[in-house]
Design a protein around this ligand. Structure first.
Ligand code: C5P
Length: 198
C-alpha cells in the first residue's frame, strides 16, 4: 500500500511526537525531514555540497537536536539549491511501500502535494517556547525562557517569510492547535483523520 501522511507546522508545535505516534499506530515508516536540514546546517562548508552528499552518519550526529542546529538548519533551508538537493529523497520515501509519515515545513505544499492526509500542527509561540525550555531543563536550562522564546519567534519568521517553500498550511490540511491539548489529546486529534482516510 502507498499512503502518505504529510505533517507540517512550526518549531516545537508537537510534530515529532505526533508523527511518531501516527507511524507507530499504522505501522508506517517515519521521516523527520527537519533532521536533513539540521544535518546540512551543522556539517559546515558549502551547504549545497553538504546537501548533495549527506550520509547516514551526518543524520545520526548527537548534536542535531540543539537550538543551534535548529537555527543553522533554518539558515540553510532558505537556499533553493539545498531544498532541491533534498527533494527526491523525501519524495521517494513518501511513496515507499507500506505507508509513510513525513514531518517538516513544506511536506503538504511542495514535497507531497498529493498526500492522502495533510495535517498542520500549530501552537502559540509562548506555549512552544515553554515546551522547548522545559525540554532544555526549565530553571536549570542553559538559557532563560525569554531567550528561547526569541529564538522560536526568529526561526518562525525566517521559515514563514522565505521565498522558496515557506511554512504555511496546504489548502486541504487539517489544522490542529495543540496549545491547550495534552499529548494524548493531540495524538488522538491526529490519528482520527488518518484512520478516516485509510
Ligand atoms: O523541524 P525542525 O525544527 O527539526 O526543523 C529545523 C529547520 O529546518 C526548520 O526551522 C526549517 O527552517 C527547516 N526545515 C525546512 N523544511 C522542512 C523541515 C525543516 O525548511 N521540511
Amino acid at each position: 500500500m502507498i499512503f502518505t501522511v504529510a505533517i507540517d507546522g512550526p518549531a516545537a508545535a508537537g510534530k515529532g511526537t505526533i508523527s511518531r505516534a501516527v507511524a507507530a499506530e499504522f505501522g508506517f515508516a517515519h521521516l523527520d525531514t527537519g533532521a536533513l536540514y539540521r544535518a546540512v546546517g551543522v556539517k559546515g562548508g558549502d551547504p549545497i555540497e553538504a546537501a548533495l552528499s549527506l550520509t547516514a552518519g551526518d543524520l545520526n550526529r548527537p548534536d542535531l537536536r540543539s537550538l543551534e542546529a535548529g537555527q543553522a538548519a533554518s539558515r540553510v533551508a532558505v537556499i533553493p539549491e539545498v531544498r532541491a538537493a533534498l527533494l527526491e529523497f523525501q519524495r521517494s520515501f513518501a511513496r515507499r511501500e507500506g505507508g509513510a509519515v513525513l514531518d517538516g515545513r513544506d511536506i503538504g505544499t511542495v514535497i507531497c502535494p498529493g498526500a492522502e492526509v495533510k495535517l498542520f500542527i500549530t501552537a502559540s509561540a509562548a506555549v512552544r517556547a515553554r515546551r522547548r525550555w522545559l525540554e532544555l531543563g526549565g530553571e536549570a536550562a542553559p538559557k532563560p525562557f525569554e531567550a528561547v522564546l526569541a529564538e522560536v519567534i526568529e526561526r518562525d519568521e525566517r521559515d514563514m517569510n522565505r521565498t522558496d517553500a515557506p511554512l504555511k498550511p496546504a489548502k486541504d490540511a487539517v489544522l490542529i492547535d495543540t496549545s491547550a491539548l495534552s499529548i494524548g489529546e493531540a495524538i488522538a486529534a491526529a490519528l482520527a483523520p488518518v484512520a478516516a482516510a485509510l
